[in-house]
Write a protein that binds this ligand. Structure first.
Ligand code: FAD
Length: 520
């Protein structure tokens, strides 16, 4: 049984008993990756229930250092999560709603901590939004039953995806593993059910709450990051100015993007120097904005009110990209074994990978001698973010040119990205290494030089991130300095020679892939 089915069964199986539970002294919303008050389904339902029973709403966030380790959460992302909590606490405080924050050292103690707190507060109704990783689905299924045994109604709702996993089925009734037909169904579903894009208003103000009674909850401090996830002073300053936190920032970013850039998105999105994308992924990953909000606002900004898969129009192209996020979360629910280090395509598990740690280090440090790869790797190290086109280039380079196990790259990305998200990251790596769901065919191997010439034609992106090459004004030479007349300058400035020959690497990859999957 898939974990998502276990959860659905637990929800359905306990519904009648949960409906009978009395008011209690308060209602609790448990925040996870949904740290916002606007357009948050679980939070709104919690607020409705509090109103119905005429009791206050209390909000809770449990920090788990072990979860950060288990999910390989990057320090820049941990810092972003904690800063988002400060904004959330302020926003909730304005509504007279406390946000109680506590650190739980061992992740296995989260369920008992939640039940203990609810018991202490006299809460009988708890709400949260579902997360789709295997452990989280299993935990929430178990919590639904465990809470009921103590007389608490635990309510898990679907909010993170625009279309709930399980709603879209193939002609034969099964899940869909190819993006294009899936996208058609996704658009059709939302066109038929337009209310799925309705906005959930922020929670109501807590009218009857004696601050003195709840002062302990209002006064909790948001802790610093655990020791293993601390930033240096330099990083702290940089990331704080680069990545302002909170849902207001996310909304401003969205409005600006929709106003100024979305119409040209289909033309500009692939050019890393063009600033053509929304850069909302850190906020989506943290839950400071909802994917539903993105789709609704993009749709409202175009005269075409029906969603469609027209990739030649900025708004629909962007909505289709937001849909990729849903697609990969659906895939995770339907094929949960991808959470266990296995490729989506089992026949690709026999490919013989290299484990050359020296080459891996050169990739991580941006010292491969391929300027576009190095620029992208240095950008992510400095900012925690990399544009999608560059993610595809560096991932293909790792898996195919270096023949390194794609899981090494997948892990490294999670450890460094501010927007690290298991489903999208695993999906992106599987696509690039050709062993994921609906991937690039294995024989399509990006040529880093051609990618560089096409998507950074003038070389501005390279100049920005690879200072050793910044003096090269020649827009041909900058992509391949050692073979195009700038070897001396590159060498003097300490820029490395290419660590592989792309043509040889390509032939080696094709042979290795063919041998692995048993093709002639
Ligand atoms: P926009 O182009 O403005 O798109 C809007 C939103 O749509 C994004 O914020 C994102 O939520 C979603 N989206 C767009 N493209 C994709 C895509 N290909 N797959 C899934 N969702 C998409 N995205 C993450 O959020 N977290 C990751 O850990 C992650 N790892 C990746 C690893 C690899 C190897 C690859 C190839 C892609 C990965 N992506 C990941 C997807 C994509 O690169 C980023 O979502 C995108 O670059 C974020 O920039 P943006 O917000 O400006 O996107």
């Amino acid at each position: 049984e898939r974990p998502i089915e276990t959860l659905e069964k637990a929800i359905k199986g306990t519904q009648a008993d949960r409906d009978r539970i009395q008011a209690g002294k308060c209602v609790v919303h448990w925040f996870k990756c949904d740290t916002r008050i606007t357009d948050n389904k679980g939070l709104r339902l919690a607020s409705n229930t509090a109103k119905k029973h005429n009791v206050p709403l209390i909000c809770l966030y449990l920090i788990s250092p072990q979860d950060f380790e288990a999910h390989l959460t990057a320090p820049v992302r941990v810092d972003f999560i904690l800063r988002n909590l400060h904004v959330l606490k302020g926003d909730l405080g304005d509504l007279n709603i406390p946000l109680y924050v506590e650190t739980v050292e061992k992740r296995r103690n989260i369920p008992s901590k939640l039940i203990d707190l609810c018991t202490t507060w006299g809460a009988r109704h708890v709400f949260c939004n579902a997360e789709y990783e295997v452990d989280e689905l299993r935990r929430e299924a178990a919590l639904t039953k465990a809470c009921l045994e103590t007389g608490i109604s635990f309510n898990v709702v679907h909010d993170s995806c625009v279309v709930e996993p399980g709603k879209l089925k193939s002609g034969s009734g099964g899940p869909i593993s190819v993006y294009s037909p899936w996208l058609k169904k996704w658009c059709a579903y939302l066109n038929q059910n337009p209310n799925e894009l309705d906005k959930f208003p922020p929670p109501d103000k807590n009218a009857r709450i004696a601050r003195s009674k709840y002062s302990e909850l209002f006064d909790t401090e948001i802790p610093a990051a655990p020791a293993s996830k601390q930033l240096t002073e330099d990083e702290r300053k940089r990331f704080h100015s680069m990545w302002p936190a909170g849902e207001h920032e996310a909304q401003n970013r969205l409005h600006k993007f929709v106003l100024e850039r979305i119409a040209k998105y289909h033309d500009t999105r692939n050019f890393p120097g063009a600033n053509g994308t929304s850069v909302l992924s850190p906020h989506l990953a943290a839950g400071t904005i909802s994917a539903r909000t993105l789709v609704r606002e993009a749709r409202e900004a175009t005269p075409v009110k029906k969603l469609n898969d027209d990739r030649k129009q900025g708004h629909s192209m962007w909505i289709a990209e937001v849909a990729w996020r849903d697609f990969y979360k659906h895939v995770l629910c339907h094929w949960p074994y991808i959470c266990m280090n296995k490729p989506f395509k089992p026949e690709y598990s026999k490919i013989e990978w290299q484990y050359d740690l020296d080459q891996f280090s050169k990739w991580t440090e941006g010292k491969t001698g391929f300027p576009i790869v190095d620029a992208a790797m240095r950008q992510v190290a400095y900012t925690g973010y990399m544009p999608n086109r560059c993610r595809m280039i560096v991932a293909s380079f790792l898996a195919k040119d270096l023949l390194l196990d794609w899981r090494m790259g997948e892990k490294w990305f999670m450890e460094h990205l501010i927007d690290g998200d298991f489903a999208s990251n695993n999906g992106g790596w599987g696509f690039s290494a050709s062993c994921g769901v609906d991937p690039q065919p294995y024989f399509r191997i990006f040529n880093p030089l051609l990618q560089s010439e096409k998507f950074d034609a003038k070389g501005d992106y390279i100049r920005k991130w690879v200072p050793e090459l910044a003096e090269i004004q020649d827009s041909r030479g900058i992509h391949d300095p050692y073979n195009r007349g700038h070897g001396k300058l590159a060498e003097t400035n300490g820029y490395p020679r290419p660590i592989v020959d792309h043509k040889e690497a390509r032939d080696r990859a094709l042979a290795r892939y063919r041998a692995g999957i048993g093709r002639k």
